[in-house]
Write a protein of this length. Structure first.
Length: 264
């Protein structure tokens, strides 16, 4: 009890002083997972060994036994898995222009069986978006500026664990060794807090395949099977493939000569 009271006094005493310089509180659990909340209207409650942190938008709870540390910050941690793609939904506003190409952020629109991505450098709070880069943990710079609402974006997201109870939910998934997209989420499956997803109850496809919307590779031009010319192609993760006589590439989307090709 004395330890809990001491923790509470320290938090209460440092909260006001830190809020002006560090507008976000980050909490890290013993397994390395992190959660970040805006400091504005922040309240902390300890009850029955559980720390509950809330602000004007959302709340998060952590058993004290599983809490490793908490700190004020102006950056939020995000982990990119081996697929090279991650989704994020946060109550933070991000300015990603200072990452020097380590990560690329995208908003997304959905049509047919494809996801079209548009690169962005600033992301407003409560906006679902995607990140791609080399697998690893990154610190995203949090911005205190007002950022216009994202355009060309149909992603939603959740600040708390969301258990799907109906059809039409799609979450980011590595579909094959060489392709990533959004796959239908089965009823009863939980989408973790801080993840983006797509909702369309009328969608009749099991997956949406990702394609980027950048100069020269904005659309799928034709099938790989119809492709002639350069024997060297690249997938969306930048890996190089060569066409060999009698050989067949894995299914996925490829780039060659500034054009995009799909192999189904």
């Amino acid at each position: 009890m004395k330890k809990i009271a001491l923790v509470w006094m320290i938090l209460a005493g440092t909260l006001a002083a830190a809020a002006d310089s560090y507008p976000y509180l980050t909490l890290q659990t013993t397994d390395g997972a992190t959660g970040t909340l805006a400091v504005e209207n922040l309240q902390l409650t300890i009850l029955d060994g559980v720390l509950t942190v809330t602000n004007a938008v959302t709340g998060q709870s952590y058993p004290l036994s599983g809490l490793n540390k908490m700190f004020f910050a102006n950056r939020q941690s995000v982990t990119v898995p081996a697929s090279g793609w991650a989704s994020l939904y946060s109550d933070c506003t991000f300015d990603l222009s200072t990452l020097d190409g380590e990560l690329t952020a995208y908003t997304a629109t959905f049509s047919g069986e494809t996801v079209t991505l548009t690169a962005v450098s600033q992301v407003p709070a409560l906006t679902g978006f995607l990140l791609t880069g080399t697998a690893g943990t990154y610190e995203l710079p949090v911005s205190g500026s007002v950022v216009d609402a994202a355009t060309n974006n149909e992603l939603s997201g959740t600040l708390t664990d969301l258990t799907v109870d109906a059809g039409g939910y799609y979450a980011l998934k590595q579909l094959t060794d060489t392709s990533v997209g959004f796959a239908a989420v089965a009823s009863g499956v939980t989408i973790p807090a801080g993840k983006a997803f797509y909702v369309n109850s009328e969608a009749a496809v099991p997956v949406f395949y990702i394609q980027t919307d950048e100069t020269g590779i904005g659309t799928i031009n034709e099938s790989v099977d119809n492709h002639s010319g350069q024997d060297v192609l690249y997938d969306l993760q930048g890996r190089q493939f060569r066409r060999t006589t009698g050989g067949r590439l894995p299914k996925g989307i490829y780039i060659s000569g500034g054009k995009k090709y799909i192999l189904k």
